[in-house]
Design a protein around this ligand. Structure first.
Ligand SMILES: NC(=O)c1ccc[n+]([C@@H]2O[C@H](COP(=O)([O-])OP(=O)(O)OC[C@H]3O[C@@H](n4cnc5c(N)ncnc54)[C@H](OP(=O)(O)O)[C@@H]3O)[C@@H](O)[C@H]2O)c1
Length: 258
């Protein structure tokens, strides 16, 4: 078996949430470059439109679907639109997320709810809907939830985010356990620090720059560093993987400070 065949996604239909920028955009591009047709979902229609144009220019097939992941009607419509234009979604990348930097004693109920609903509740309901549709179509599929190293460890000012991401890791186990024997594999990726809009300001600060000292690889993650993990989990290369979380953090989690 050649590596290219093992990772080939020809004939597969993918849906990526939070695909208007950052990691999600890269995920969509990588899936398309390896043969999948991709539905890109997010709120910013202009960004989605240019992302689709970029994918098409590179020879891929993609559509843009404007949706807020918190809106269940928009979620159903997004799956409907993807199905109508491309076919049953058999790869779902649950990537949309938001962060915060408020210390625990200052987090408001509104902020807590927004962070947890986006990073945890929405991940569950999109995975549930994606799985229901795969099962109904009798299709084998893969769901990849984007967690974080903050789902394992914590840093100050991340209480709602870290709690939600820990929930995603546990939820991934539960879904993997219930769905694998039906042909739907659910796994997660836990990235370390990647410079995107979610943290650009913080990572550029004096405090942020110091974080690379704790990363054995010696730098923040960059475009391409998650391609391998994503392709592994969604393709036949990951056929025997279910309920697991792949950590991609340049060694950050296992390194002791100092
Ligand atoms: N960057 C890192 O260091 C890092 C590390 C670990 C985990 N992660 C995780 O990776 C994922 C992507 O983050 P990123 O770094 O790429 O951040 P980003 O550049 O800020 O992108 C976040 C994406 O999520 C979308 N989004 C947010 N809220 C949404 C909503 N309510 N409905 C629909 N889409 C929504 C945004 O699109 P619109 O604004 O257009 O809706 C955007 O496309 C997140 O789950 C994040 O927690 C990131």
């Amino acid at each position: 078996m050649k590596a290219a065949e093992l990772f080939d996604l020809k004939g597969r239909v993918a849906l990526v949430t939070g695909a208007s920028g950052g990691l999600g955009l890269r995920f969509a591009e990588v899936l398309a470059a390896n043969g999948a047709s991709v539905a890109l979902v997010a709120r910013r229609a202009d960004k989605l439109k240019s992302a689709v144009a970029k994918i098409e220019k590179a020879g891929g097939k993609a559509i843009a679907v404007e949706a807020d992941v918190l809106d269940r009607a928009a979620m159903n419509n997004a799956f409907d639109q993807a199905e109508k234009a491309l076919g049953t979604v058999t790869i779902l990348v649950n990537n949309a997320g938001v962060a915060h930097s408020t210390r625990a004693t200052d987090v408001t109920e509104e902020e807590w709810n927004h962070v947890v609903r986006t990073n945890l509740d929405a991940v569950f309901f999109w995975a549930q809907e994606g799985a229901r549709r795969m099962l109904k179509a009798n299709a084998r599929g893969a769901i990849v939830n984007i967690a974080s190293v903050l789902g394992f460890g914590v840093s100050k000012g991340t209480v709602a985010y870290a709690t939600a991401k820990a929930g995603v890791i546990q939820m991934t186990k539960a879904l993997g356990n219930e769905l694998a024997f039906k042909g739907v594999r659910v796994n997660a990726i836990a990235p370390g620090w990647f410079v995107t809009d979610i943290n650009r300001e913080y990572l550029a600060s004096e405090q942020g720059k110091k974080l690379t000292r704790d990363i054995p690889v010696g730098r923040f993650g960059q475009d391409g560093d998650l391609d391998g993990a994503l392709l592994l989990l969604v393709s036949d290369a990951g056929a025997y993987m279910a309920g697991t979380t792949v950590v991609c953090d340049g060694g950050q989690m296992v390194a002791l400070r100092g």
